[in-house]
Design a binder for this molecule. Structure first.
Ligand SMILES: Nc1ncnc2c1ncn2[C@@H]1O[C@H](COP(=O)(O)OP(=O)(O)OP(=O)(O)O)[C@@H](O)[C@H]1O
Length: 238
């Protein structure tokens, strides 16, 4: 069996003592590309926050491979960001390199070049001096992708990165993610678009307050599993 980079062992996570996602066991293999799907309120964001170490499990264990403990980067939900914070697109993207540069040191030429390249890659080269509060939802998602491109992290966790983006932009950003995955990074993405999951993601975790299924996408996104997920959560599901 391949060693996991992230292993969940009977993990329950929640808020203020209330369980949001129960008894999840499974593993993210090195270099895997996993879609995390499920109805509203299924616990997808909660699971991401647990793996990030932002909340502690109520039960069970989340184990990261020891050499990767400092190597997790996250693209948060846009709703979790304070867009009124007075920071330029350039500086937001530059924050992605803090594991190399530290938060307070000046940036050297190579770091500036990396920021320019990341902005170029997401089509925001002309937006670098703009404040993040002036961006459209889709432009902000692109800026967050650029910040992720700056990171050397081996594990990338993305929470609804395509929420505010049109189809063409989604395809473009998806290609960027595929390239990061080809470089060997382990990637998990919270999604609502099941077709996107089927098209691009070899692995899927279907959540509905618990893990309904976790494995090869075609085996997970079956009508039976989706039906079960809908019944377990009283939310809307595509
Ligand atoms: N910060 C929080 N404080 C209290 N409860 C929370 C918090 N975040 C999430 N919850 C609760 O945990 C449960 C799971 O929420 P979560 O955001 O993980 O679901 P989700 O699958 O990401 O949903 P969506 O698709 O709507 O984003 C919900 O009942 C939610 O109300």
């Amino acid at each position: 069996m391949t060693h996991a980079v992230i292993e969940l062992d009977q993990v329950s996570l929640g808020w203020r003592g209330r369980v949001a996602v129960r008894d999840v066991s499974g593993r993210f293999a090195p270099g895997s590309l996993t879609a995390i799907v499920g109805p509203n309120g299924a616990g997808k964001s909660t699971l991401i926050k647990g793996v990030m170490g932002l909340i502690a499990p109520l039960r069970g264990y989340i184990r990261l491979a020891p050499h990767l403990r400092n190597s997790v980067a996250c693209l948060p939900q846009v709703g979790d960001l304070d867009r009124s914070f007075p920071i330029s697109v350039y500086d937001l993207v530059g924050m992605g390199g803090w594991s190399r540069t530290g938060a307070w040191r000046g940036l050297d030429d190579s770091e500036h070049a990396r920021i320019e390249q990341a902005l170029e890659a997401v089509g925001l080269a002309d937006f670098s001096r703009r404040g993040i509060g002036t961006l459209s939802g889709g432009q902000l998602q692109r800026a967050l992708f650029a910040r992720l491109l700056m990171s050397d992290a081996d594990i990338l966790l993305l929470d609804e990165p395509f929420a505010a983006v049109d189809q063409a932009t989604t395809e473009e950003l998806m290609q960027l993610l595929c390239r990061l995955n080809e470089q060997g990074r382990t990637i998990a993405v919270v999604l609502h678009d099941l077709e996107l999951a089927r098209q691009y993601f070899p692995q899927t975790l279907l959540l509905a307050g618990q893990a309904v299924a976790w494995g090869e996408t075609a085996n997970v996104l079956t009508p039976e599993n989706l039906h079960l997920a809908r019944h377990l959560c009283a939310g809307d599901f595509l």
